[in-house]
Design a protein. Sequence first.
Length: 265
Amino acid sequence: MKIKTNIFILYLTLFFAVPAFSQESTEPLDNRVMYTKYYVSDFFNDTSKWAWEWDVVYRRQSQLGETDFWTHPLRYSIRPWIAYQYSKLSRISLNPIGVFLTAPRYPLESDLNRSFERELRTTLQFIHYSYLDRLNFTHRLRFEARWRGIDNESARHYYRFRYRMRIRTPLNTDYFYKNNTWYISKYSEVHVEWGPDYGTNFFSQSRNYIGLGYRFWDWTRLELGYLHQYNTRGNNAQMDVTRGPMFYLFLDILSRNNKRYNYSF
């Protein structure tokens, strides 16, 4: 119980302290956004510990501080994964190559002259789950190798480490994995970057999210919430304060949905 209590205290500390990574001396730039993420996963067969995963991210943004966060594109990405579930509560995943198409953020008029960039990314991910009574904790660690602006002569290569702690709280049941469960999801994440082609804003990003989710079809979930994110620019003098709605669709074990309800996705 002492270990679980310490985990809970660590989560609360991280959740409320993450904005402190933003430097008070930086100029905040308002960036209204809409984030969406779609995730599908399944085991290769009923007895295998090996699984495949696929995620698609689609984001929109405002321009020059406006509130219409759906007007302009921000990012589109697609990533295939291979995963190994080596214990009931732990999984390691590898995305050999993910493709990202990203627009600059547009809070300033000078940003309008910047162009889209295409990025390739390799990601190694570790996820571990833990419980404190009805609360479901997720610890996610990611190590990313990034190749940004690959269509330009000045393409940049560097690395990023990400740590996210998430807590999900069932509302109408006593267990997060029960069907027809409504739940609250909260997480905080920090990003640290470094490498030969990187600048000096090492604590480049921190992110907080809170949302309401619903589990149905046993292995499918929807979430809608609010995101508040800090992105430090390379000059260390300006910071994009990114905020807006975020939508998730998770199909955690696709075959379980198909077998029970005879749907074809």
